[in-house]
Every structure is written in C-alpha cells, then in structure tokens.
Design a protein around this ligand. Structure first.
Ligand code: 13P
Ligand code: SF4
Length: 330
C-alpha cells in the first residue's frame, strides 16, 4: 500500500494510512540507522515508545543528550518545548516532533508578549525560566532550569538579587518555601500535576501506612505538603530504586511507572489519585505521540521544528547557562 502523507499547513499534523502488515518497530529501527537519527523520549511517553527510544529521560537529561548527539536527525518523543530546546541547541540538525500539537499547559500559560510586559514591571530582577516554556519566553530569560536543577540553580543566585520565576507557580512556590526566597512568580500550572487531589491522597496514605509519597514539584502546595520526597521524574525514579521500601505512592504523570516497574519488578507503585473519577493521570499533550506518528515522521522527516534565528540565538544563552551551572547534577 502506498503511504498517503497529509501535513496540515498550519499545525503540521501528519495523518496517513499505514500498511497494517508492517512491523513498525523494525521499520523505525531501520529508518533510524538509514538516516542516522536518534530517538529521544520523555518518561511520560506511552510504554511502546519508551521501549524503542535510544534514550529515555527527564527534561535535563534530554537537553543534555540533544547537546551531545552526533545524529543528523533528532526525533523527539516528547512535547513541543522539548523539541524546540533540541533545535535551539542544534540549529544544523533536523528536529522532528511526531505531532506538533503536543504542547504544554505551562508553555501555553506564558505568551512571550505578556511575559515581556510582566518583566518590565520588575526592572532589577533576573529571570529564571522553567524549561517548560516557548523559545520566545526562553529568549527573554537569563537562566533556564528544569525540575532536576532548579533548586541547585536558585541557590547559586545571591539572596540580594531579586528573581522572576516563570512559568510554573507551583515549582516557584516550592522553591520559595524551601529556600526562603521571595521570587516573583508567573501564574502558570501544569494541567496534569495540578489535578491531584489532596483529600484522596490523604485517604490513600491512611490506607497504606508507612508508604512514602513521591511527588513532582509541579504539584500544588496542598499535595506537596504530604510528600516524603519531591523531585524530577528521574529523581523520583532513582528514589524508588535506591530506597528500601517495597511500595510507593507516585504523584506525577503515570508514564514514569513503566520504568519504575521495569527497574523493580517486585515493588508496587500506586498512582496518586486526581480530582476526577478517572484513576489515570496522563498528559494529553505527551500522549498525542504514537508509534504510528513516530514512524511517519521519521519516514517523511516531518513535522519539523523551525525557529526564528534571532530568537534561537537569544534562547540559547540561558540554556547554555543552565547546562554550565548544573554540571554536578546527575
Ligand atoms: P521532568 O521530567 O524534567 O521532571 O519534567 C516533567 C514534565 O512535566 C515534563 O513536561
Ligand atoms: Fe506540560 Fe504538564 Fe504535560 Fe509536562 S505533564 S508536558 S508540564 S502539561
């Protein structure tokens, strides 16, 4: 069967029929080798994508991999800001995102023009931006951070230096509380982490005495208050390997449970419950990527990330600053 590629001129969404007899895993593998492509995937991708990735990681790990890869093509199984970051670092490489609609509520919450007006109200402040923002917002920032290195980076800024922290008010609020800072916060949230229910979490804890709660700092304060450990996806994953418990309650996107279960087949991982009746906590953006779209984007080298060069150059500086300031973070 001939492949019918349709790319929407605005969003670049690929929609095509695929021969059902094709072994997509083998095809993706073959195309990767043929095109010297690397497949980078975030922990929130569906298990099948995690299984075929060359590297799975958190935002910092993925940015580092993007910085060191010698591949000609980077296929980013993640969301738009992650692929954009890879392109900012690698202007000469082709960076593909299987579905250009894979956005992020945090990036969407911080439009660059509104952020410029906000910044102008705080003239003496430096800007630390969470990597979950657009290239145009990164271009207005002094330092980028991820959930793995945010605390480490803020600690390096003298207390006398006022800071704007954008766009995640939960991560910023968590850092303010932990470090005794008064960073000015942009009011953005992650739609996935914001919806964990404190009340249901407390009930779950009561039913599972002694079981530690591991939470991502994108969760809001009432949920973080009940956490025994707060960290990035890779830090939470490491905790479940290194700590001697056999059960954990996990408050982050449920894709990470797949690697946790693979690391520790004998352990039990209980997803923290969201407010809604549904017991799953999947990021609707991350989950737009599928094996089929991955195959098509690698085959047709589309949709591709393109950036305005002036924005790219300005956005590169705070990313390089982050990589330099967080070398000791594993
Ligand atoms: P990390 O994997 O860097 O902890 O980030 C989580 C996240 O929400 C990515 O969008
Ligand atoms: Fe954005 Fe939240 Fe999805 Fe991560 S989980 S990509 S922060 S919406």
């Amino acid at each position: 069967m001939e492949f019918q590629l349709q790319v929407d001129p605005v969003i670049g969404y690929v929609n095509s029929d695929i021969d059902p007899s094709l072994d997509l895993y083998a095809e993706i593998d073959r195309l990767k080798k043929e095109k010297n492509a690397v497949l980078l995937a975030h922990y929130y991708q569906e298990p099948a994508i995690q299984d075929i990735a060359d590297f799975i990681g958190d935002s910092l790990g993925l940015a580092r991999k993007a910085a060191e890869t010698e591949a000609d093509i980077i296929v980013f199984a993640g969301v738009h800001f992650m692929a954009e970051t890879a392109k900012i670092i690698n202007p000469g490489k082709t960076v593909l995102l299987p579905d250009l609609n894979a956005g992020c509520s945090l990036a969407d919450a911080c439009p660059a023009d509104e952020f410029a007006e906000f910044k102008a109200r705080y003239p003496n402040h430096i800007v630390i931006s969470y990597i979950n923002c657009t290239a145009a917002t990164k271009a207005q920032s002094d330092i980028i951070c991820t959930s793995s290195n945010a605390e480490h980076i803020v600690r390096q800024i003298p207390e006398s230096q006022p800071i704007i922290f954008a766009p995640d008010r939960n991560l910023g609020g968590y850092l303010n509380k932990k470090l005794g800072r008064e960073m000015v916060l942009w009011d953005g949230v992650c739609i996935v982490h914001q919806t964990f229910s404190e009340q249901k979490l407390v009930r779950l804890k009561v039913r599972n005495p002694g079981v530690p709660v591991l939470a991502h700092p994108e969760c809001d304060e009432p949920v973080l208050r009940h956490a025994d450990f707060i960290g990035s996806t890779s830090q939470i994953r490491r905790y479940t390997v290194e700590e001697p418990h056999d059960t954990f309650i996990v408050a982050t996107e449920e894709g990470i449970l797949y690697q946790m279960q693979k690391d520790s087949p004998g352990k039990t991982f209980i997803p923290a419950p969201p407010e809604s009746g549904c017991s799953c906590s999947q990021c609707p953006h991350m989950r737009l990527n599928t094996i089929e779209k991955l195959y098509l984007c690698l085959k047709h080298e589309a949709p591709e990330i393109h950036l305005d060069e002036a924005i790219r150059i300005r956005a590169l500086q705070p990313i390089e600053k982050m990589l330099e300031m967080s070398q000791s973070i594993v």
